[in-house]
Design a protein. Structure first.
Length: 157
């Protein structure tokens, strides 16, 4: 039998099984957020203080063990590349905060045990602002910050 035909038949069978599982209700989009404890209040917060309260934390300490890389000047605020890595032992969460955005919490990452606490993503900046990397490690809260100047703001309409 032709190898290409076998792979097509195999892929078709896998799709059929997944389709049956989906129609049976075994997979739901909302169940992913529920399983991870989706914190809607933190993403709706409008100030740094509200975000910290929603995350159940306060009084973060600045740390040199957090590496925050972002451009000094972003020509387009709708796609600003940001990378963060933490050398703090026991890092379990990492959040990106932008105080001048309508929603201060731009991203929240939860790391499993043994996972390298390092992310790279793109965020929107409405205007020139400080960008904070907030790290939860060893029952403490730490941060690093960097100002990013925006020449053309990101669209939040």
């Amino acid at each position: 039998m032709n190898e290409h035909r076998r792979s097509v038949l195999k892929a078709g069978a896998q799709c059929a099984v997944l389709g049956l599982a989906w129609s049976a209700g075994l997979f739901r989009a909302g169940s992913v957020f529920a399983a991870q404890g989706w914190n809607a209040a933190a993403f709706k917060a409008r100030t740094l203080e509200e975000v910290l309260a929603a995350l159940g934390e306060n009084a973060p300490v600045e740390s040199r063990l957090i590496q925050l890389d972002a451009p000094d000047i972003a020509e387009d605020g709708s796609k600003v590349s940001v990378s963060v890595s933490s050398q703090l032992p026991g890092t379990t969460e990492l959040a990106l905060l932008v105080p001048h955005n309508p929603a201060v919490l731009a991203a929240l990452f939860v790391f499993g045990q043994g996972t390298l606490p390092q992310i790279s993503t793109r965020i929107k900046l409405r205007e020139t602002s400080l960008v904070y990397a907030l790290v939860k490690a060893n029952e403490g809260l730490y941060f690093a910050r960097k100002e990013v100047r925006v020449t053309l703001g990101g669209c939040f309409g």
